[in-house]
Ligand binder design. Structure first.
Ligand SMILES: NC(=O)c1ccc[n+]([C@@H]2O[C@H](COP(=O)([O-])OP(=O)(O)OC[C@H]3O[C@@H](n4cnc5c(N)ncnc54)[C@H](OP(=O)(O)O)[C@@H]3O)[C@@H](O)[C@H]2O)c1
Length: 288
C-alpha cells in the first residue's frame, strides 16, 4: 500500500491518474478536499496537522509520497504548521507504524537567495525528513505546469485577461519550468531503492527568461499584448496588505517564487532517474 498525502492537489491527481489499478493506493484527504479523480483509491480523512489522523493513515503502508503544501498560505504560522509541524507529525506516524520509505515533494524555493515563508518552512521540513533516519528521497521541482495546473492556468488567465500583462520586476530572471508528465515520471522513479538518501532538482534543461515564457504563451494563444513591469517591492507591500484576507490573490510565496533568477543542474535527475525533461515549447503544445 502506498500513501499519497496531498493527493487532491495538482501533482497528486496527476500521479493517481497514471496508476491502475488503484486498490493499493491510499490518499490522505481533508473533509473539504475535492476528491474527483481519486476514484478507486482508498480515501482516508485527515489533516497533516493532526497527528492522530496520520497514525491511522500510515497503518499497513510500505511507502509514502508526501505532497501536502500550504501554497496559498499568506502567514508564516500557516506555512510552519503545514510544512514543519506536518513533517514532524508524518515522521512520527511513520516510525510508529514501521513505515520506512518516504518520497517528499520539496521545492526550488528552498534554494532561493531570498526565501519566502513558504521556502523557509519547506527547507525546515526537508531537514526534518533528512534527519529522520527513514529512507527518504527529496524532490525539488521548479514551476510545474500542465493542463490542470493552478499556477499555470492563473498565468495563462492573466495573459488572456487584461489589456496589459503585469510582470513582477524586469522579468529577466530565468526559470526552468517542468511539465507535469515529467514530474510524475520522476516521482515514480524516485521510489526506487537507488534514490534513497538523495535529493533531486526537478526541472527542464534550459533556463528561460520569464519575459520569454510569457511571449511564448502569447504566441501560442495568438495574442500580442504589452507587458508592464511592476517593482517587486511594491508587489510585496501589496501582498503584505492582503495578508489578513482569506485566499489572497497576491502572496509573498508567488512573488518571490517567480521573480528570482535561478539556474538548476538537472544532470542527476536525467542520469540517475532516467527522466529526460521536455522543453517548455514542447510542454506548451501539450498544455494549451
Ligand atoms: N505546483 C508547482 O508548481 C510546484 C513547484 C514546486 C514544488 N511543488 C511541491 O509539490 C507538491 C505538490 O504541489 P501541488 O501543485 O500539487 O500543490 P496543490 O495543488 O496546492 O495541492 C496541495 C495539497 O495539499 C493538501 N493540503 C494542504 N493543507 C493540508 C493539510 N493541512 N492537511 C492535509 N492536506 C493538506 C491539499 O488538500 P486540499 O485539496 O484539501 O486543499 C492538496 O491536496 C507540494 O509539496 C509543493 O510544494 C509544487
Amino acid at each position: 500500500m502506498i500513501l499519497i498525502t496531498g493527493a487532491s492537489g495538482f501533482v497528486g491527481r496527476n500521479l493517481v491518474r497514471r496508476l491502475n489499478p488503484r486498490s493499493n493506493v491510499r490518499c490522505l484527504v481533508r473533509k473539504s478536499s475535492d476528491t474527483a479523480g481519486l476514484e478507486g483509491c482508498e480515501l482516508v480523512e485527515g489533516d497533516i496537522t493532526d497527528p492522530g489522523s496520520l497514525l491511522e493513515a500510515t497503518k499497513g503502508v510500505e511507502a509514502v509520497i508526501h505532497l501536502v503544501a500550504a501554497f496559498g498560505a499568506s502567514t508564516y504560522r500557516e506555512n510552519y504548521d503545514v510544512h514543519v509541524s506536518g513533517a514532524k507529525n508524518l515522521v512520527a506516524a511513520c516510525k510508529s507504524n514501521g513505515v520506512r520509505r518516504i518520497v517528499v515533494a520539496s521545492t526550488v524555493a528552498t534554494l532561493a537567495e531570498r526565501k519566502s515563508d513558504y521556502g523557509t518552512t519547506k527547507a525546515m521540513a526537508d531537514e526534518i525528513f533528512a534527519q529522520s533516519g527513514l529512507d527518504v528521497t527529496i524532490l525539488k521541482p521548479d514551476f510545474i505546469y500542465g493542463k490542470d495546473g493552478r499556477g499555470f492556468n492563473t498565468l495563462v488567465n492573466v495573459i488572456r485577461g487584461g489589456k496589459m500583462i503585469p510582470i513582477p520586476g524586469d522579468g529577466a530572471y530565468r526559470r526552468q519550468p517542468v511539465h507535469i508528465d515529467d514530474v510524475c515520471r520522476v516521482f515514480f522513479r524516485a521510489l526506487s531503492e537507488k534514490a534513497i538518501g538523495k535529493t533531486y532538482v526537478v526541472a527542464s534543461r534550459e533556463p528561460i527568461e520569464f519575459n520569454r515564457m510569457v511571449d511564448m504563451i502569447m504566441a501560442k494563444l495568438g495574442i500580442s499584448k504589452r507587458k508592464v513591469h511592476l517593482p517587486v517591492w511594491l508587489l510585496l507591500l501589496a501582498a503584505k496588505a492582503m495578508k489578513l484576507k482569506k485566499n489572497p490573490k497576491l502572496t509573498q510565496t508567488v512573488i518571490l517564487g517567480i521573480a528570482q533568477d535561478r539556474i538548476e543542474d538537472v544532470t542527476p535527475m536525467i542520469r540517475e532517474l532516467g527522466v529526460n525533461p521536455i522543453s517548455f515549447e514542447e510542454g506548451l503544445e501539450k498544455s494549451l
